[in-house]
Design a protein. Structure first.
Length: 263
């Protein structure tokens, strides 16, 4: 059965991979992104809408478009996000405000906008793209970790809150994979951003591979969707073998401190 799907940040990276994956199944897909006109990257057979997740006006426009075009929605994918990294005494408050406004409040706005529709339908699935950084919190990434942990917490909360209306909620938590996310790096801590760039560009998994795993998790209504072995290993190590997790994170912090002193 064809589903009606809205994906934010759907013109590149994981959002684009998800748009292609949903469309290949015969689902109706609406891609939201920042460009005023339809980007060439958006696949044929999908619709496009300008949608800045920081703008409630844009969200209201997306809701009106969905009502008028489809009469409802089956899957909302809050995927739009930016990369950031920085040590607490280097990264600026403006960097914090930017990542929280996009990566966390952008998700909140999407959930608030479409929850009334889902409640009317007594059905729907909210899929929030978090990160492995929302579950395990390495040093030098406090703003990104905090934003993504907020997305995980929001998703868990809404999963319980909206279940009486037949609404499912999933948090997607991938580790690093090859994408263009590094192009959004623009913070003050350039040393940490160089590290993030290397981790993203040298990752072994592609966005298409991550998207395939995400769709399987959505099909199974999984509350937390881990997409790779590294993520599953880190997640379960933290939960079940906390001393080992602490040792690894402590060594990472010490390595970062040495790098800071040498800089």
């Amino acid at each position: 059965m064809s589903r009606r799907v809205l994906i934010t940040g759907g013109a590149s990276g994981l959002g684009l991979a998800l748009a292609k994956a949903f469309a290949s199944r015969g689902d109706q897909v609406l891609v939201g992104d920042l460009a005023e006109s339809r980007p060439d990257s958006v696949p044929d057979g999908t619709a496009y809408l300008r949608l800045d997740v920081r703008s409630q006006q844009d969200w209201d426009g997306a809701l009106a478009h969905v009502r008028e075009t489809w009469g409802g929605l089956d899957v909302l994918v809050n995927n739009a996000g930016v990369a950031t990294g920085g040590r607490i005494d280097v990264e600026s408050i403006s960097d914090w405000e930017r990542v929280l406004d996009i990566n966390l409040l952008g998700v909140v706005r999407g959930c608030q906008t479409f929850t009334p529709m889902f409640k009317e339908q007594r059905s729907g699935h909210i899929v929030n793209t978090a990160s492995l950084a929302g579950l395990v919190h390495g040093p030098g990434m406090s703003s990104y970790n905090a934003a993504k942990a907020g997305v995980v917490a929001l998703s868990e909360t809404l999963g319980f809150e909206l279940a009486p209306w037949g609404i499912h909620v999933s948090a997607v938590c991938p580790a690093f994979f090859r994408t263009n996310l590094h192009q959004s790096l623009q913070g003050k801590d350039t040393a940490m951003e160089e590290t993030a760039l290397k981790l993203i560009t040298k990752a072994t998994m592609s966005a298409d591979e991550v998207a395939e795993t995400v769709l399987k998790g959505i099909d199974r209504h999984k509350k937390v969707i881990l997409t790779d072995r590294l993520g599953r290993q880190a997640y379960w190590t933290k939960r079940l073998v906390r001393p080992a997790y602490d040792r690894v994170a402590t060594r990472a912090g010490a390595k970062l401190a040495r790098k800071s002193r040498d800089a």
